[in-house]
Design a protein. Structure first.
Length: 212
């Protein structure tokens, strides 16, 4: 009985994990679609697509799935048209909130976002009502335990690679870049040193990259 129970427990957990991964892959596929439509299917000439591909790999999306998504977005069977839309508003106690969406139906998404704000005790605002409080940055977070460089050496490497700022926290080093420089700084660091690198975007899209 215990073996039977263990099997079903594992099966249930795996089913939930597969479902969650499927949702992530679907979202990333839409991001690939938007990036390709805006800048073309070649990541070498499309920095946004290159960022999305790195994000896909960080979430363990298979290369075949990534390539198929790019081909589909290039016109091979692609009929969906997704747009990027940003909403601004206020959460509980007036907390400023920015919501970035990919959608194929602006009216439906606007209604859904408004409903979530209202249900949480907030309200959807107008364009520009809170965005002036935010500043987009690219952020690289390097775990000290896995880094082979001293703090001074890593700081100099980050500066030489075009980083905007460098901070040493309790367990990690944090390197800040302009969004436009995020990919180039990451590639320069990767090309010059071997270390465990966990990266994320400060605009809310979080992901993990293992480079070494």
């Amino acid at each position: 009985m215990s073996g039977h129970s263990k099997w079903h427990n594992i099966q249930a957990k795996k089913g939930k994990a597969d479902a969650a991964r499927g949702k992530v892959f679907t979202k990333l596929g839409r991001e690939i679609l938007i990036a390709v439509k805006q800048g073309g299917p070649d990541p070498n000439g499309n920095s946004k697509l290159k960022d999305v591909i790195a994000k896909c790999k960080a979430n363990n999306m298979p290369n075949d799935t990534i390539n198929n998504a790019i081909k589909k977005a290039s016109g091979e069977g692609s009929t969906a048209v997704y747009e990027e839309i940003t909403y601004e508003g206020y959460g509980t106690n007036g907390v400023a909130v920015i919501v970035e969406c990919n959608t194929d139906n602006k009216n439906r998404t606007a209604a859904d976002v408004r409903h979530v704000f209202t249900k949480a005790g907030g309200n959807l605002g107008t364009t520009g009502c809170v965005s002036y409080m935010f500043e987009k940055k690219g952020i690289l977070v390097i775990e000290k335990e896995g880094c082979k460089l001293s703090e001074d050496d890593l700081m100099m490497l980050a500066i030489d690679s075009g980083a905007e700022d460098f901070e040493s926290e309790e367990e990690v080093y944090q390197i800040t870049t302009l969004p436009s420089d995020f990919t180039s700084v990451t590639e320069k660091l990767t090309a010059r040193r071997n270390f465990l690198l966990r990266s994320r975007r400060s605009n809310g899209a979080k992901y993990v990259c293992f480079i070494g």
